[in-house]
Structures are given as structure tokens and as C-alpha cells.
Design a protein. Structure first.
Length: 347
């Protein structure tokens, strides 16, 4: 059994709802749904209520409220709290909370099995600057970059055109392409509405982009079809928002086998052990035969289900190979040793 955890307090709250509704259409296994509202409350959502208007109109507030407990969630009852059967949680909380390490930390603390990025993976993928440093350490190239703060100077060190991105935000929210100097201040103002730091990269005309989704289950690598997204200049928020609702299959990119393998090898380097337990999507640029990572999506929209022939089978295989935290049981030997030396009245 899988339980989809979605919602959260982020700019991508609604995208998470759309993704959860998409997975309801795709998965045939017994499913549960837990909604995390913007106030940090958990709600059990019945399958028949998985509609966008149910959340937009506040209907979820009539659902059963849940609370986290060891191993899962519990709900109130006349005879006391009762444990809710959740199976394996699928973390589908996009953006802040779901992808910044908050939800993974809560699930780890309560010993709840889940598919999704762990704390370290969340940290390096949520912050675009840390993603750059991480990728370089993994041996995967990145485009040049510059970091600007809202309280600092607005001087570019890169040649125009450039693309301006909030540092800790996905879905192209607050992203602008700057082609002329007069456009820079406005683009920075827009980005700083969402974050106090922005990442600036060269905007390369005609660059090829490819998306690679997959995971490692035990010793086996599982890849979906490599996608070449159709776009005009870059995917804006509306395009990505609609894209997250996709459930239909996507055709394999028409590229030669050497490029396919090179993209997969770059994916393996980035996934490594850091993203163990997660199904991720890495977006790559290709220019002059060189592969650059654009971003790592630790919780891709609709879990990139449309790139896999047997998406449900992938989740089941991944659920069978989740990382297990090391159990630490204090034996109090040190305290007993000190007590023995100092006497029983040790404070």
C-alpha cells in the first residue's frame, strides 16, 4: 500500500495537489491520501474527494485530522487514537517543506518508511547554489553562475543574455530572461519577491535540454524514457503547472545511444548514494557535445510517471529497497562508570 503525502506551505502547494490527483489516476494499488495544509495540519482525504475544488473550497477541513506518531499517523476515535494504515509514504510535497528537508526529517524521526529524498539530498537539490557545488564534486559540469543578494550590489559579472532564478524555488516561479541592461532591475525585483538570494546563469540560445528520471533499487538502476521537452524559450510557470498534471506517456527522445548513455552516466553520478530511496528527475543541457546539469528535481511533478512503462512497478521495487536508519540504543555505560567512581548521588 502507498499513501500519498501532499500539500505543504510553499509556493508550489497547488502543484502538489495537482500531482497527487494525477497519481490517483495512474496507480492501481490501494492508496491513501494525507493532505498537509498551509498551517501544518495533516488530514486524511478519501479517494472520492481527490478533486482540485475540494481543496480550493476548503472542503478538506471537514475531513479527519491526523497526527504524526511512531511508524505513521493516528486519528482520533471514541475509544482513543487509532493507528492509520499507511504502508509506504510517497512524499509528494513539492517545494519548501517537502524538498527542503523538513518532511524527510519528520518522517525519519517518526520511523515512517517513505519514498523521497532524505535530508542531505534535500539540502543539495533545494538550493541551486549547493546543487552547483554538489554537481561539481560529482564530476558533472554546470553552467557559469553568479549569486546576488537582495541587500547587496546588483552588478553582473556575466555577459547578457542571462537567466535570473530565485535560489530556493522550482517550477520557474520568479524566473526571467534578461537580454538588455534595462531589464535587469525588474527581473531581480521579481525574483527577490520569492527569495532573498538569486542565481544568475548565462542564457544560451538554442541549447538542447533533456530530462532523465530514475532511481536505484538495490543494485539495479531503473530509468524512464529520456525526454526532450518541447518549449519555446524556457518553461514558464504555466507550462510547468500544466505539465505536472500529465499522465500520458512521453516518447523517447530521438538521440544516439552514446548521448543516452552519457546522460544516464551523469544521472548515476548525481544520484549516487545521496538520493537513495528517491525517484528523481535530472534536467540536463547539452551544448557542443558537453553535458551540463540544469537542476535536480528530488520530487518531480507527478513523480515523472509519464516517463515509465510500469511506473507502479518502479515504486514497488523502490519501496523494497529503502534506506534504513541505523538503530542506536544507549547502554548508559559511561554514566554507570561515572556513578561507580563518584557515588550514587551524582547529579
Amino acid at each position: 500500500m502507498f499513501t500519498i503525502l501532499f500539500g505543504g506551505a510553499s509556493y508550489e502547494h497547488e502543484i502538489s495537489i495537482v500531482s497527487a490527483i494525477a497519481l490517483k489516476k495512474v496507480l492501481k494499488s490501494p492508496l491513501g491520501f494525507v493532505f498537509l495544509d498551509a498551517e501544518g495540519r495533516f488530514w486524511q482525504i478519501e479517494a472520492e474527494h481527490m478533486r482540485s475544488d475540494y481543496f480550493a473550497d476548503g472542503g478538506y477541513k471537514k475531513a479527519t485530522r491526523l497526527r504524526l506518531t511512531e511508524g505513521g499517523f493516528e486519528k482520533p476515535g471514541l475509544l482513543g487514537a487509532r493507528k492509520l494504515e499507511v504502508g509506504t509514504i510517497v512524499n509528494l510535497v513539492h517545494g519548501a517543506q517537502g524538498e527542503d528537508g523538513t518532511i524527510p526529517s519528520l518522517l525519519d524521526f517518526h520511523r515512517i518508511p517513505y519514498i523521497g529524498p532524505r535530508k542531505e539530498a534535500s539540502c543539495v537539490s533545494f538550493n541551486k547554489w549547493l546543487t552547483k557545488l554538489y554537481a561539481e564534486g560529482c564530476g558533472v559540469a554546470t553552467l557559469e553562475w553568479q549569486l546576488l543578494r537582495s541587500d547587496g550590489p546588483r552588478e553582473l559579472t556575466l555577459d547578457l543574455p542571462v537567466i535570473v532564478k530565485p535560489l530556493r524555488l522550482g517550477s520557474s516561479i520568479g524566473v526571467s530572461v534578461v537580454r538588455e541592461p534595462r531589464q535587469l532591475d525588474y527581473a531581480l525585483d521579481v525574483a527577490f519577491e520569492f527569495d532573498d538570494e538569486v542565481l544568475i546563469e548565462p542564457f544560451v540560445e538554442g541549447i538542447e535540454e533533456y530530462n532523465v528520471a530514475g532511481c536505484r533499487a538495490g543494485e539495479s538502476w531503473i530509468f524512464g524514457r529520456i525526454e526532450k521537452p518541447a518549449k519555446k524559450e524556457f518553461l514558464d510557470f504555466e507550462q510547468k503547472y500544466l505539465d505536472f498534471a500529465r499522465t500520458e506517456e512521453v516518447a523517447e527522445a530521438e538521440i544516439d545511444e552514446s548521448l543516452k548513455e552519457a546522460l544516464k552516466e551523469s544521472f548515476r553520478k548525481l544520484y549516487a548514494h545521496t538520493f537513495e530511496g528517491a525517484l528523481i528527475r535530472c534536467d540536463f543541457f547539452v551544448a557542443s557535445g558537453e553535458i551540463y546539469v540544469n537542476e535536480i528535481n528530488p520530487i518531480p511533478g507527478s513523480m515523472a510517471n509519464y516517463l515509465f512503462d510500469d511506473f507502479e512497478g518502479v515504486l514497488k521495487r523502490l519501496a523494497g529497497h529503502l534506506p534504513r536508519p541505523r538503530a542506536i540504543t544507549p547502554d548508559y555505560a559511561y554514566i554507570r562508570q561515572v556513578q561507580s567512581a563518584k557515588g550514587p548521588k551524582l547529579r
